[in-house]
Structures are given as structure tokens and as C-alpha cells.
Design a protein around this ligand. Structure first.
Ligand code: PMP
Length: 358
């Protein structure tokens, strides 16, 4: 899909998608479902597109192992809108948050506008290089909120607490990447643009009994989850094209072993890269070993080798490695290895790391 030049796409998001999804969607831009029209110029209420939404919802349910107790919604506004939509709907008195990075912090700040926020634990003092594991969640809170994968700092929750209150999770950067007991959550949200599809659609999976817990305040129609749930995620014009591409990408995930298949694939890639970093005399990973993310590996030059930055960057460029620049709050490098990134791209990066000599 890129004129024959093999680019290894380590972008943190929007990021690499399966060729399958790109090719299928490109065909539908030309002629969708045999209608003789582009998918970009048809009614979202046409039978052909309603079928796409149904199939996409069905795929999400299958991949996550969810039953009919959940609604699957395709909303707009990005995960950042969920930072305030969640507390606007569910924060009556007090909510408990786990502070594991920039995105958690943003969620916390937005929640403060609606009620009391208790931070159960935080790794902020060490620039978010680990996931706190020992903390308690107040049983009288309205909900508990966590971020499963910290895209910027390269840390990932390996397990989730047994929450006495509804559990809400921002899974933007590791959804569909491994097996998880998704039924343990009451609301899951994810911006699509890493493992699900292109930017422009936000997945929200909500347990229907959450509708009874909506806070006693005015909520604009578009921000009420129930409205979208009752209308099959078609209350207003949904993001037609991002949903279509996501549907194809989820088909690709399904055809490649579902979340279990992705987990095997992602473990293999991450083990390969972290092993290379651990044996490299030049680099050091920024996350603590047992908090390392399989999605985003962050690493920096050891301070005595920082002067080699330019030559490493040149070697990466020469090797067609793209999107490796670290986030400004960590510096250095970040290799994002989302589902669609092939093993050979990680092998190409490992080859450069292994053969890098001053
Ligand atoms: N949460 C996480 C974990 C993220 O990685 C991001 C974006 N990279 C966001 C939230 C914000 O998502 P959006 O840009 O869709 O608002």
C-alpha cells in the first residue's frame, strides 16, 4: 500500500493498519457493496451501511467475549471526550482513579469538574515508569478508573484489581492486543487509532446496568450513553468511514486468531525487542521490567552515549524505520508494536540495534 517501498511503521498512533483493511476499504471508496457508489457518499441509514455497523458490533462482541448485557457504541470525540463524558454521566460524589501517566492525569483533571477524585495510587514521582499494584479502592466510590496501557511511558497493566465498584478503563492503546476478561469491566473506551482502525471513531463498550447509575444532572443528549445504546449507535450520523475500516481491521484480527492470536504475535515481537535493548551496551529501557508494555517500548541512550543520537537516527532512516521518536515527556525512542506491525519490522529494528557500533 506504499508504492512498493517497505516502511517499518512504528508510529504511536494513528498507526499501522492491516493491509487487508486498507485494501478492502479502498475498494469500497470506489464502489461500496455493489451499489455503484462510494461508501463516502451513501446514507448511513442505507441497509448496506447498517449491516456494516451490525457486523462491526458483532465482531467487537465476539473478540471481547461479551454477551447481550453490553452495548457496543461507535462514538466521536476521541478518548479525550470520554475523559469528561464518563464523570459527567457517572460521577455523583466520588470516583477513584489510578494515575499512571499523562492520559490518566487528563482523565483525572476532567473528572474534578464533576465531583471528588481520589487517586488510589500514582507513579508520577518516578515519571510514570511503573504501574502501582498495591492500593485499595473505596467501596463507596461511584466508580474506579484506570488506563490499561500508557502509550507515552510504555507501561502496561498486567492484571486488573478486583474492584468493589464499577470498573472503567481507557484501553485506547492495547485493546484487542491480548486476552483480557472484558466482562470484569463496566465501561471500556478506546480511541480507534491504534489497534482498532483509523482516527475518527471511539469505541465504547458499556454494561447496560450502568444506565441506572447515571448522575442526577443535565446531560446533553449527545453525551448520554443510553441514547446511543437505545439507537444502536445510530442516534445521529456516525463516523461512517472509520467504522467501515475498523470493521475490516477487526475481521483481520478475527481471522488471525482473535485476541489470543494477537497476544502470541505481540508477545513474540515485544520479547525480541526488549531482549535486544537489554543486551545493547548503548540503550536502556525507561520502564521498569515488570511494567513493560508490549505495545510501546520506550528506550533512551545511556547518558555516556547520547552523542550517538544522530548516527542511530541515520541508521534507522537508512533501514526505513519510521515513527520511532519518543514522546517529549520521556525523550529518546518509542517503538510502537501494535497488532498489524509484522514481526519482520521488529526484526529490522533489532538488526539495527544489534549492529549499531559507535
Ligand atoms: N488515552 C490513551 C491511552 C491514549 O494513548 C490516547 C491518545 N494517544 C488518548 C487517551 C487520547 O485519545 P484521543 O486522541 O482519541 O482523544
Amino acid at each position: 500500500m506504499n508504492n512498493g517501498k517497505k516502511i517499518h511503521n512504528f508510529s504511536a498512533g494513528p498507526s499501522i493498519l492491516s493491509d487487508y483493511a486498507l485494501e478492502k476499504s479502498a475498494q469500497d471508496i470506489d464502489n461500496f457493496a455493489g451499489m455503484g457508489l462510494s461508501v463516502l457518499e451513501i446514507s448511513h441509514r442505507s441497509k448496506q451501511f447498517v449491516d456494516v455497523v451490525d457486523q462491526a458490533q458483532h465482531l467487537v462482541r465476539q473478540l471481547m467475549g461479551l454477551n447481550e448485557d453490553y452495548d457496543v457504541l461507535f462514538l466521536q470525540g476521541g478518548a479525550s471526550t470520554q475523559f469528561f463524558q464518563v464523570p459527567q454521566n457517572f460521577l455523583q460524589q466520588k470516583a477513584v482513579y489510578l494515575n499512571t501517566g499523562v492520559w490518566s492525569q487528563k482523565a483525572i483533571e476532567e473528572a474534578k469538574g464533576f465531583g471528588r477524585v481520589v487517586v488510589a495510587a500514582s507513579s508520577e514521582d518516578s515519571n510514570f515508569n511503573f504501574i502501582p499494584t498495591s492500593y485499595t479502592i473505596d467501596g463507596d466510590a461511584d466508580y474506579f478508573h484506570c488506563t490499561s496501557n500508557n502509550t507515552i511511558f510504555g507501561t502496561q497493566m498486567k492484571s486488573f484489581p478486583n474492584s468493589p465498584v464499577p470498573m472503567i478503563c481507557d484501553m485506547s492503546s492495547d485493546i484487542f492486543s491480548k486476552e483480557v476478561d472484558f466482562n470484569a469491566f463496566d465501561l471500556i473506551y478506546a480511541g480507534a487509532q491504534k489497534n482498532m482502525g483509523p482516527a475518527g471513531v471511539t469505541l465504547v463498550v458499556i454494561r447496560k446496568d450502568m444506565y441506572a447509575r447515571v448522575a442526577d444532572r443535565h446531560i446533553p443528549t449527545m453525551l448520554g450513553y443510553k441514547v446511543h445504546g437505545e439507537n444502536g449507535s445510530m442516534y445521529n450520523t456516525p463516523p461512517v468511514f472509520p467504522i467501515l475500516v475498523s470493521k475490516y481491521n477487526l475481521e483481520w484480527v478475527m481471522n488471525n486468531g482473535g485476541c489470543a492470536g494477537m497476544q502470541i504475535r505481540n508477545n513474540e515481537k515485544a520479547e525480541l525487542l526488549y531482549a535486544a535493548l537489554d543486551r545493547s551496551p548503548y540503550f536502556v529501557g525507561t520502564a521498569e521490567t515488570d511494567s513493560r508494555s508490549n505495545m510501546n517500548a520506550c528506550f533512551v541512550f545511556k547518558s555516556e552515549f547520547e552523542h550517538l543520537t544522530e548516527s542511530f537516527d541515520a541508521a534507522c532512516k537508512e533501514g526505513n524505520i519510521s515513527g520511532l521518536k519518543g514522546h517529549r515527556s520521556v525523550g529518546g525512542y518509542r517503538a510502537s508494536m501494535y497488532n498489524a506491525l509484522p514481526l519482520e519490522s521488529v526484526q529490522a529494528l533489532v538488526h539495527i540495534i544489534d549492529n549499531f557500533a559507535s
